[in-house]
Design a binder for this molecule. Structure first.
Ligand SMILES: C[S@@+](CC[C@H](N)C(=O)[O-])C[C@H]1O[C@@H](n2cnc3c(N)ncnc32)[C@H](O)[C@@H]1O
Length: 464
């Protein structure tokens, strides 16, 4: 990194930590001019938390730079950029400027007012560049707000054709015959999720060193299984983070795997082997792993405990599993969504999802269900289906997860709690409270039920 940029970054971080954002921004802007790739992640992080009331030209130019930086996932800037554009163009207007084009082609919109603007734009006569960019946006959101008339962008059509060919040739463990797995597979064949477009900028991290620090050192080279890898973001992110890993990525959905395999090819990632199959059949891989990563998956199985037992069987003795599971308390408002959907008889078809979304978008802000509008998943068809129309989901309290781990022969290493949860834990139980006690964490969650809205993330070790 350019030394001047480094110094400015440190000063900006100090200013931001003290809440002095107005001082931090010009420093970051300066640093960006010295070294845009190195500065962009810190700048994007700060911008993503800002509520903008104006559109200083320098900030706008910096946003465009950050949206194009290879080190940043532009999606983290989606909300800020949408708001900036709506401040800049308070009235509907056709404008082909660099910020519009960067937003439309690099982000998926996650702002309700912007959604209205996009639907309006799609009906206008547009200059060719803007029309093409809007078509990219409409495709990325799976036409959740309309825009089909704009046509499928040629790059997207080529990607779809490539994915169809990859799905046909995908190595497979065969069909497990589990009825819920069949329905879950059908959901993700129709709507692969998540539809990520750009990887996060990644620093090199040694996964083996991380596991050793957790108290579970593994033999190297480390073999990793990503169980329920969806569209491949996790295995590809791991491979870029630690090129020493050999990674197997397993999922029910051939369409999701094909999405991941295409992205791996495009990013030059070769360490990931994609395999279609059910977690219940993981033994058919004929391999043991030092690490199994299973994020947001087991709670979609008929019997998650059977899935966990199968995954534990695929671990080396002393191997580690990383799990993410839904919190019952944090998902309370999704229960309300399920109730409303059932009451109206809406199904998971395109029409059903669109009708439900229109209902949510029209709710006054004081209605609890209007919170759905804050979720990024609400803004794509596959995301909204995953969020509110899932064919099966289980929700957990932490003590029940503890019991499930014990029954599978696993020992908890750590609950990976977010900083606000860590702070609350310290307030309630001091710095010497046992952070491996799920009963204590359950008390923490009881005092703030939304703490684990991003799921419970846990690391556990197979008992020898
Ligand atoms: C919500 S997505 C999560 C994807 C990915 N883990 C992530 O966090 O981006 C759930 C994925 O789990 C897969 N899945 C669900 N049940 C499964 C099973 N029994 N065996 C293998 N994959 C399964 C689905 O096909 C889907 O792609």
């Amino acid at each position: 990194m350019h030394p001047e940029a480094g110094q400015l970054l440190r000063m900006a971080a100090d200013a931001a930590n003290q809440g002095a954002f107005n001082q931090a921004l010009p420093m970051l802007s300066h640093a960006l001019a010295f070294d845009s790739e190195a500065t962009a992640p810190a700048y994007a992080e700060l911008l993503s938390h800002l509520s903008l009331t104006g559109w200083p030209t320098q900030l706008e130019a910096d946003l465009v730079t950050c949206l194009h930086a290879r080190t940043v996932d532009p999606q983290v800037l989606a909300r800020t950029t949408a708001r900036m554009l709506l401040v800049k163009y308070p009235e509907p207007a056709v404008a082909e400027d660099a910020l519009w084009i960067a937003f439309l082609t690099r982000c998926i919109n996650v702002d309700p007012a912007m959604e209205t603007r996009l639907a309006w734009l799609a009906e206008e006569t547009l200059p060719e560049g803007l029309r093409a960019a809007l078509a990219v946006q409409a495709f990325a959101g799976e036409y959740v707000w309309g825009g089909e008339g704009l046509g499928v962008p040629s790059e997207a059509a080529a990607a779809l054709a490539e994915e169809r060919a990859l799905a046909e040739a995908m190595p497979s463990l065969g069909v497990s015959g589990d009825a819920v797995s069949d329905r879950v597979r059908a959901q993700y064949e129709a709507n692969p999720y998540p539809r990520w477009r750009a990887p996060a900028g990644r620093q090199r991290v040694s996964v083996a060193a991380h596991l050793a620090a957790l108290g579970a050192p593994q033999a190297e080279p480390l073999a990793v299984l990503v169980a329920g890898c969806g569209t491949g973001f996790e295995p590809i992110d791991l491979a870029r983070m630690d090129p020493s890993l050999t990674i197997t990525a397993l999922d029910l959905s051939g369409a999701s795997l094909a999405y991941g395999q295409r992205m791996a090819g495009a990013l030059g990632v070769q360490a990931v082997r994609f395999v279609q199959g059910d977690i219940l059949d993981v033994a058919k891989l004929g391999q043991r792993f030092g690490l199994v990563n299973c994020t947001g998956v087991l709670h979609h199985m008929e019997r998650p405990e059977d899935g966990l037992a199968a995954l534990t069987g695929a671990l080396e003795p002393g191997g580690v599993v990383r799990l993410a599971l839904y919190s019952e308390r944090a998902r309370g408002w999704v229960a309300e969504a399920h109730r409303v959907i059932a009451e109206h008889g809406w199904d998971a078809s395109v029409e059903g999802i669109r009708t439900f979304r229109a209902h949510v978008l029209a709710l006054p802000p004081e209605q609890p269900l209007s919170r759905l509008r804050e979720s990024d998943d609400f803004y794509t068809l596959s995301g909204c289906r995953d969020l509110c129309f899932h064919v099966r989901e289980h929700w957990y309290r932490l003590p029940a997860i503890g019991e499930m781990l014990g029954a599978a022969g696993l020992e908890l290493l750590m609950l990976d709690a977010p900083p606000d949860a860590q702070g609350l834990f310290t307030r309630l139980f001091g710095t010497s409270g046992d952070r491996r006690s799920l009963a204590l964490w359950d008390q923490v969650e009881a005092t703030a039920p939304h703490l684990f809205a991003g799921m419970f993330h846990l690391w556990a070790k197979r008992v020898q």
